[in-house]
Design a protein around this ligand. Structure first.
Ligand SMILES: Nc1ncnc2c1ncn2[C@@H]1O[C@H](COP(=O)(O)OP(=O)(O)O)[C@@H](O)[C@H]1O
Ligand SMILES: [Mg+2]
Length: 325
């Protein structure tokens, strides 16, 4: 960390002129690089900040929440880097003063990777064998996290979202759109710092629920939160999630080969975890359920945005257009 040169005055100006409904038409135009559970990832159309990615989080209620969240983020990244041995994208939390609409917005400003270097883009440029190798490289990174968790069980454990879109390949040859020779992986998705200490989750789940429509919060709390918050601590589920990405990426033909790769890994390098082999059918049903849940959730958020609009309330979140899954 620490090699990020954020222009805070410019970021403040950016936030003040942001149109969350049409970010590309903001005073300082923005391009959305990705949508997530907790943040929206933005690239600013401004020459001075072109090498940065801005992860916008508008859900904080008070300073205390921001301080806690920032502390947790810093600890999460430190443990991942220093104790687990992952490479994590360099980043800095920037906390802006309250906006006119009354929102407290925090940005995680990260070094930005070329769009083509992110896992979900690069898989479309690789052949089947190279994709298998990439997934194996992700499995090896994940193994480090779960070995750490096992060693610190009940004291300190980290959750990780192993999705292919959470890793960047480095070094990357932009002209060729491929890795520049042997590569390593850099983990990007640090805005959800899942960390349990003495078995207690340290990330405030309310932060997720804030961005949900108020008419759904009770339902999400009841049905959903427990599963979402715990699945990232389960090595086997994280692997299922990773392979299921290939359905989302319209590469379903890869799934059987990747299941085989994962099963070889589980029987070999990761045999000490004693996880049962994966089955293609279980990946498929997981994906179908997951895709359905997210599609429904997004539909409800869009309805909520309309309700805010109709009743003259400011809606602070940037929502994705309907996506194909
Ligand atoms: N540092 C970065 N550089 C370039 N693109 C990024 C960067 N961080 C995130 N993205 C893009 O935004 C997407 C979502 O970001 P991520 O941090 O995974 O958040 P979440 O999954 O919670 O939305 C990524 O899959 C990637 O495409
Ligand atoms: Mg992600």
């Amino acid at each position: 960390m620490g090699k990020i040169a954020v222009d805070i005055a410019l970021l403040q100006q950016f936030e003040a002129g942001l149109d969350p409904r049409r970010p590309e038409r903001s005073a300082i135009p923005a391009r959305v690089l990705g949508y997530g559970e907790i943040s929206t990832v933005i690239a600013m159309d401004h020459p001075a900040q072109a090498d940065l990615a801005f992860k916008r989080m508008p859900m904080f209620r008070d300073e205390e929440e921001i301080v806690q969240y920032t502390r947790l983020y810093e600890e999460y990244v430190r443990v991942l880097q220093e104790d687990v041995g992952l490479r994590v994208a360099a980043g800095e939390m920037v906390h802006l003063p309250r906006t006119h609409a009354g929102h407290l917005v925090v940005y995680l400003v990260q070094e930005r990777f070329p769009a083509g270097a992110i896992g979900n883009a690069i898989i479309h440029r690789l052949d089947a064998e190279e994709r298998r190798q990439l997934v194996l490289a992700v499995l090896r990174e994940l193994r480090k996290v779960f070995a750490f968790n096992r060693e610190h069980r009940g004291r300190l454990e980290l959750g990780i979202d192993g999705q292919i879109s959470n890793w960047a390949v480095q070094p990357f040859d932009e002209a060729a759109g491929r890795p520049a020779g042997p590569y390593h992986l850099v983990y990007l998705d640090t805005t959800t710092p899942l960390l349990t200490r003495e078995g207690v989750e340290q990330l405030n789940p309310e932060l997720f629920l804030r961005s949900a429509p108020s008419f759904l919060v009770w339902l999400l709390r009841l049905l959903f939160l427990q599963d979402v918050m715990t699945r990232y601590y389960d090595f086997r589920k994280v692997i299922i999630d990773l392979i299921a990405n290939f359905y989302k990426e319209q590469l379903p033909e890869m799934v059987p080969a990747l299941v085989e790769t994962a099963n070889e890994f589980l029987a070999g390098e990761a045999a000490d975890f004693q996880l049962s082999p994966l089955r293609v059918q279980e990946i498929r049903s997981y994906y179908q359920e997951d895709a359905w849940i997210w599609r429904l959730y997004l539909a409800f958020r869009t309805v909520d945005r309309e309700l805010h609009h109709l009743t003259g309330r400011h809606y602070p979140y940037i929502l994705p257009p309907a996506i194909r899954r």
